[in-house]
Design a protein around this ligand. Structure first.
Ligand SMILES: NC(=O)c1ccc[n+]([C@@H]2O[C@H](COP(=O)([O-])OP(=O)(O)OC[C@H]3O[C@@H](n4cnc5c(N)ncnc54)[C@H](O)[C@@H]3O)[C@@H](O)[C@H]2O)c1
Length: 440
């Protein structure tokens, strides 16, 4: 065993702030409030339900993760957020249509108290949101907008008496833009904020405000937010953790479960066609090609990395990968995703796999947002700063150091996460060697 890392205790309340109080955020709030009252169970959440093996298999030590590492408890969470619409969390949850009204009613009084703060928003970055009624009118530059957000965070801290705060981006997907000069270092970014540079997105203004306020930032959407050099520099300088991007739910979750299995058995993949229909506001935003481009980039990368066609050209060199998202209002949040996978085996004989996943987007995403809030807070108390690669498990496009490729295989990601927890607590890392049981 090694020495445990010094981790500050999880005393007092933890504020969880979400820019964006739509389907995912309100499902997160409602689920935690309901679990707190014993009305529902937090299925899907590793921090709440997961166990971790410690030591040898015959030691039979398998505590719950939440009993092993010092995490904030659900009772200590206080929620808040920003949105471009002024609906409180009760009204927003009703409109999102993820949860049934009877579930929302059971915690309705608490949800009504969560009112969105006025948002920093720019229509150019999310074109399909109209008639917004809760946007900050800040005189001056993007730096002034960032300062207004920092003032919001301070006010939230003192009004709710929270000891620590984390921020999880649950806002709409912004338009795709490649990073430019203004993102390359902190000095250029701050100059860009003062000059209201057009390449600085609202989500980046939130992230800047968070990091300056000692608040870890996790990005649940596919837009470039903390994965730019300027933000990595700021996070390291301020000693704050960052992670992203894009919650790994639905079709991509299944992809990163199935693809490692096919590759492990050296089965070839000729084509992978993914299409889905969804009718929530996220689907409406993604109906705009500019926002879809951010999502497409994030969804396409995973197969390439898992299958490594450069190492296995005969198995994956010809892979045709296509992803489609179709906005179809009758389905609401109840997305349906189809995958057709053309594979081949021994002597090149073709086979097909069809997956029809009738999923619920926000039901899959809410526990990820919860786990990220709790683990990002843990990381901060353990004095981990900058990119938190160990949280790749939660993301479609895990943020990583520039010189390496990201790890997308769900099972490697889980091993990585658990080994990081073991390392924090001074436990032996698990190698799965297994020879120790056969030594005389
Ligand atoms: N649900 C999932 O399974 C899933 C999976 C991966 C990623 N995501 C991403 O998570 C994000 C949230 O998803 P959702 O289903 O809750 O979407 P949603 O449309 O229901 O909610 C997003 C909210 O963000 C608000 N918003 C937009 N710009 C804002 C800004 N600048 N400041 C404050 N609020 C702003 C919108 O008004 C909206 O209420 C999306 O980017 C989505 O792509 C969701």
């Amino acid at each position: 065993m090694s020495k445990p890392v010094d981790i500050a205790p999880a005393t007092g309340k933890l504020g969880v702030l979400t820019p964006g109080m739509g389907a995912v955020a309100t499902t997160l709030f409602a689920g935690v409030l309901a679990a707190r009252k014993g009305l529902a169970a937090p299925y899907g959440s590793l921090t709440q339900l997961g166990h971790i093996r410690l030591g040898r298999r015959d030691d039979a030590r398998n505590p719950l993760i939440k009993d092993f590492v010092p995490l904030a408890s659900l009772d200590d969470l206080v929620f808040g957020g920003w949105d471009v619409y002024s609906d409180d969390a009760y009204a927003a949850a009703m409109k999102a249509g993820v949860l049934e009204p009877r579930h929302i009613e059971s915690i309705g009084d608490e949800l009504r108290l969560i009112e969105p703060m006025a948002a920093v928003f720019d229509h150019q970055w999310v074109r399909n949101l109209n008639d917004v009624d809760n946007v900050k009118e800040v005189e001056g530059s993007k730096m002034d907008q960032a300062e207004a957000l920092m003032a919001d965070i301070d006010r939230f801290r003192s009004e709710h008496g929270v000891e620590r705060v984390v921020m999880v981006w649950c806002g709409s997907t912004e338009s795709y833009r490649d990073p430019s000069e203004v993102h390359m270092d902190l000095a250029s970014f701050e100059k860009g904020l003062k000059e209201s540079h057009p390449d600085i997105a609202p989500s980046q203004i939130y992230a800047y405000a968070a990091l300056q306020s000692d608040v870890p930032f996790a990005n649940g959407a596919p837009n470039l937010t903390v994965d730019i050099p300027a933000m990595v520099e700021l996070a390291e300088e301020r000693g704050v953790p960052i992670s992203g991007k894009d919650f790994k739910t639905g079709q991509t979750l299944l992809k990163t479960i199935v693809a490692p299995g096919l590759k492990a058995r050296m089965l070839g993949v000729r084509g992978w066609f993914s299409t889905n229909i969804l009718g929530n506001r996220d689907g409406e935003v993604l109906d705009d090609p500019e926002s879809f481009k951010s999502k497409e980039v994030s969804k396409l990368g995973v197969l390439e990395q898992i299958l490594q066609p450069e190492l296995y050209p005969e198995l994956y060199g010809e892979l045709y990968h296509k992803v489609r998202i179709n906005y179809y209002p009758p389905r609401g949040d109840e997305k349906e995703g189809w995958d057709n996978i053309d594979i081949f085996g021994w002597l090149g004989y073709p086979m097909q796999i069809k997956i029809d996943f009738l999923c619920r987007d926000s039901i899959l995403a809410a526990p990820l947002a919860l786990d990220l809030a709790l683990f990002m807070d843990l990381a901060h108390r353990a004095d981990r700063r900058g990119i938190q690669e160990w949280l790749s498990f939660y993301y479609k496009t895990p943020q990583h150091a520039p010189e390496i490729y990201p790890e997308n295989d769900l099972f490697i990601q889980l091993t990585k996460l658990k080994n990081n927890l073991r390392q924090m607590m001074g436990e032996d890392l698990i190698t799965h060697l297994g020879t120790e049981y056969y030594e005389k």
